[in-house]
Design a protein around this ligand. Structure first.
Ligand SMILES: [Zn+2]
Length: 338
């Protein structure tokens, strides 16, 4: 490929060439500005805007400076709790690292602030493309990247992805499919840009989050609303059948449905795992108990809590069926084998 760049012109589909502060199409001469290191290819659409939080939290500031929406987290317990909810994204890196042998062209769709970019080892990355509609998130990603491999950040959505057919070794889709109107088309599009033998690492919420004890307690507490709750509960575990409605409440898919979609799109499944017991009532209890003890001066309470969070992730990765299905995030690694 010329210039090692794979980005395609939105107008004519030909490969773009990098110049100072712009990418230019050699065929139709359409140019794309580079602002603050971000290639501007597609402006935000209003309907998608709704799903981008109004106040962005800088997750790198949370990780390295303990800043949570502007204020510094003093409690270690609280810090570990918040950190745990972003640390699961590292799993994409861990998953891929054990399957990629040669430096790969990686495309991260809906990459956001790239919480795990600095965990990727340079030996597995030939080139990394991060695509997101949120310019603000891309700037945060750019400012926090430690520059150990080539990174190209592009303001672009995740439909009609500007890459040629069979041009990419690895696609990452982390917490994206549950936000888009046509989730199956997303998989088809990924299949198109993937090389033969290429990988897709995808994560999305699990329907299991609707089975957590507090849901049932809520039903008991408000018996008159039970019927409503029950109807919603049925919809929640069958989000794939009520997708338009489900998008409003952040749908979680049943693992079987996700696996069916993946196979139908043409991929074969390499691994499927779940992560995060975070919202599980017992963990909230553990969080509250440890925070209480920490306040009373037991400084080791935070260490206990941290170990407990690590322990829950380990338990989930044991692959014991009933326990496995209680993770609220599912990770699927699949391969384009045909
Ligand atoms: Zn063009």
């Amino acid at each position: 490929m010329p210039n090692n760049i794979l980005l395609c012109c939105k107008q004519c589909g030909n490969i773009l060439k990098p110049q100072t502060d712009i990418y230019i199409c050699g065929t139709c001469f359409k140019s794309y500005e580079i602002v603050n290191g971000i290639v501007l290819m597609e402006a935000r659409k209003q309907d998608v805007d709704l799903r981008i939080p109004k106040n962005l939290m800088d997750i790198h500031k949370l990780r390295y400076e303990r800043k949570y929406f502007g204020s510094v987290i003093k409690s270690d317990v609280e810090y570990y709790a918040h950190l745990h909810s972003i640390n699961f994204t590292k799993f994409h890196v861990e998953l891929l690292s054990s399957y990629i042998n040669d430096p790969a062209v990686i495309v991260d769709l809906g990459c956001g602030q790239l919480p795990s970019i600095n965990y990727l080892h340079e030996s597995i990355v030939k080139k990394y493309y991060g695509l997101d509609l949120s310019y603000e998130s891309l700037v945060i990603a750019n400012n926090n990247f430690k520059r150990h491999f080539p990174l190209t950040l592009v303001q672009h959505g995740i439909t009609e992805i500007p890459f040629p057919d069979r041009s990419v070794d690895v696609v990452i889709s982390s917490e994206v499919i549950e936000h888009i109107d046509h989730p199956f088309d997303h998989l088809i599009e990924i299949y198109r840009i993937c090389k033969q033998g290429g990988y897709l690492s995808l994560s999305t919420p699990c329907a299991s989050m609707y089975f957590y004890p507090f849901n049932f307690l809520y039903a008991l507490k408000y018996p008159r609303r039970f019927k409503n709750w029950f109807n919603n509960w049925q919809k929640q575990i069958n989000a794939h059948n009520y997708w338009d409605e489900a998008l409003m409440w952040h749908p979680g898919l049943r693992p079987k449905i996700l696996k069916d979609w993946i196979i139908k799109a043409g991929f074969s499944i390499v691994r499927h795992e779940t992560k995060l017991w975070y919202y599980h009532t017992p963990i909230r209890l553990m969080w509250k108990t440890c925070a209480f003890l920490e306040k009373r001066g037991f400084s080791s309470a935070s260490i206990v809590f941290k170990k407990y969070l690590e322990f829950t992730d380990k338990v989930l990765s044991l692959n014991i069926p009933i326990i496995k299905w209680s993770g609220i995030r599912q990770f699927i690694l699949c391969q384009k084998s045909r």
